[in-house]
Design a protein around this ligand. Structure first.
Ligand code: CUA
Length: 348
């Protein structure tokens, strides 16, 4: 009975979720009962003191107030409100006090994906795309075409360990929300916010962006995967050994393949078409290599490796005429940029 108010909440899966739910449940019951008492009395009095037949000139008796009633209806709610303050403040302090021993994961929001960086440099992203056709931008279009939609990488976290999330954004305000953990925090460009949680259940949970951040906001989703600690450590070590291969030299074909994957993962395809002439937000990138483009200051520039590298590292340095300076700086290594450039070169 007491738990009936919790039916609309997702399962609690972090250490403080149960306490959070208790506060929520208690406040819901108190306000629910107060609502019924006030509205019940209102309806009762409407009928009890309505004007009866033949009483059209009956006067309402004179009275001013009842001291006893006024003391009661001031004192009882005061005690209740102070009680609510203490249980809520206690829970708030728990949620806002980040344990010192926490594993720190750096999380960056951008239109429209989350990037996770682990302490050992392993980088994962929720970039979602249609496998096999990057031009299909929505889950609906992708599935309608009979192709598979990829939700990108999950945020993998260890069971029963404190995790600190260092949160920022590189473009607009996003908001990091994991309902099962009862955590929600804005990701604000130019500054850092923090939150923490200790997962108490293995399994997968949903990560949402809960701040409207543009037309694909509703697709800025991710998966949180809680695994036992030994499994987490093994996963992280394996990912780190894979990441160290980044630096090795690749053939042109391998670079093109890598670049093709990267433009989806890094989110380039959200704003640039990789087919000729199609405008999304930024210029289409197919068939431009080796050609001249006109800039918004009237100058012309040859599209070569140096220009592409500069435009990825410092997107507003040279703006193509007719386009807004809308691209955020990209957090890509030189090797990754090299692969993307080879991919752009390969497009006719
Ligand atoms: Cu990011 Cu909504």
């Amino acid at each position: 009975m007491w738990q009936i108010m919790l039916a609309i909440l997702p399962e609690p899966a972090s250490s403080f979720a149960g306490e959070w739910d208790s506060v929520y449940s208690i406040v819901s019951w108190i306000t629910g009962i107060a609502f019924l008492l006030v509205e019940g009395a209102l309806i009762y009095f409407i009928f009890k003191y309505r004007r009866h037949k033949g009483e059209s000139d009956k006067e309402t008796p004179f009275f001013t107030h009842s001291t006893k009633m006024e003391i009661l209806w001031t004192a009882i709610p005061t005690v209740i409100v102070i009680f609510i303050f203490f249980i809520a403040a206690k829970n708030f302090v728990t949620i806002r006090t980040i344990p010192k021993d926490a594993l720190e994961i750096s999380v960056t929001g951008q239109k429209w994906q989350w990037t996770f960086v682990y302490p050992n440099g392993v980088k994962k992203t929720t970039a979602h795309y249609c496998e096999g056709d990057a031009n299909l931008k929505t889950l609906h279009d992708c599935e309608a075409a009979g192709k598979k939609w990829s939700w990108g990488d999950p945020l993998v976290v260890p069971l029963n360990k404190n995790v600190r999330i260092k949160l920022t954004s590189i473009d607009v305000i996003h908001s990091f929300f994991i309902p099962e953990f009862r955590v929600k925090q804005d990701a604000v460009p130019g500054t850092y916010n923090f939150l923490w949680f200790k997962p108490i259940k293995t399994g997968t949970f949903r990560l949402f962006c809960t701040e409207y951040c543009g037309d694909l906001h509703s697709q800025m989703l991710g998966v949180v995967k809680v695994v036992p600690e030994n499994e987490f450590n093994a996963w992280l070590a394996k990912e780190a050994s894979g990441a160290s291969e980044e630096g090795k030299e690749l053939s042109v074909e391998e670079l093109v393949e890598k670049g093709k994957g990267l433009v989806q993962k890094a989110g380039c395809t959200a704003c640039h078409a990789f087919v000729p002439g199609k405008r999304i937000v930024g210029p289409a990138l197919a068939g431009i290599f080796g050609k001249e483009v006109k800039l918004n200051n009237g100058q012309k520039v040859m599209v070569d490796e140096a220009y592409l590298m500069e435009s990825i590292k410092d997107p507003t340095a040279k703006i193509v005429a007719g386009f807004p300076p809308a691209m955020p700086p990209q957090n890509l290594s030189d090797n990754e940029i090299k692969a993307i450039i080879e991919y752009i070169k390969s497009l006719k």
